[in-house]
Design a protein around this ligand. Sequence first.
Ligand SMILES: [Zn+2]
Ligand SMILES: [Zn+2]
Length: 349
Amino acid sequence: MEGIRGIGSAAGGRGGDPQPVGSEVVVSVSHCGLCHSDLTLWKGIFDMGDRQVSIDSIGMKHPLTLGHEILGTVTAAGPEVTDVKVGDVRLVYPWLGCGECESCRSGRENLCMQGRPLGMRRPGGFGSHVVVPHSRYLIDAGDLDPALAATYACSGLTAYSAIKKAMPVRPDEAIVVVGAGGLGLSGIVILKALGHQNIVVVDVSEEKLKIATDAGAHKTVLSIGDDVTKKIVDAVGRPVGTIIDFVNNSQTAAFSFPALARGGRIIMVGMFGGQLTIPTMRMAQGASALSAASPARCRNCVTWWSLAKSGKLDAIPYEAVPKSSINDAMTRLSKGAVKGRIVLQEEPA
Ligand SMILES: [Zn+2]
Ligand SMILES: [Zn+2]
């Protein structure tokens, strides 16, 4: 893999900071979380299960300015902007749609087929600044720790979206959370804040399961060996009603599906790639359901942000590192050696 290119200004360079027009807002990035999607885009290949798809074939190409968990300070605003001003600290909602299609018009920009998310199809938060097309994508994070708040733009919002999809589940009924990385830990603290009392976490790492327990998991399952399905069912005490798969690769899907109770469902969230072969008879007999959750639509932000600011949400473990150590951070993430989330921080001038 090549190193990250394009660190510096997302648009314009320090010698010529971007000038906003119309409704645009320029944000100087102070914090940007590191997501597994950044790793996928860095490698440039999507694992679609039966084939590998390069980012070039979907109209993206390196160099990209990655980073979509962005928090920073407004440094300039176009003449049409009235609700934020220079100096305001804002979190950036990165899942920008085209604004024209049916999904966008119904407030589901994250489902837009022509979407241009920041840090993917537009320059993102690994640069010094981002240009945000409209102030409606800016969120006041209040008194929240800025590094932690940055992670709420993707991992927090995505985990919340998945849990909203899984609900209602009785507080004492088991919810199995697969994966204890940044997303899974976000899921655990959100479930805990919502009063859930039976969280069973599955991961390949003993160390990450310990972190999951510290975060609020009630039981854990080490997903190594051939009997992971049985270990999950044993931990729950019966076949499982609700599984949220924050990894969602061939292995996790393969051990999760047979663990389902009749009428059970899996919410597929992670984008680690792979595929699942399902006996159609088993699906019909089991009245099973497979569903998916992508980063939440913006209108979910209201309930999400009221929860985030309520003080009920515990912090997930995170490590703040200077932006200059991005390559080391990406390498550690690719090796699975990150506890919680890495958040890149602006270095003092
Ligand atoms: Zn992400
Ligand atoms: Zn659209």
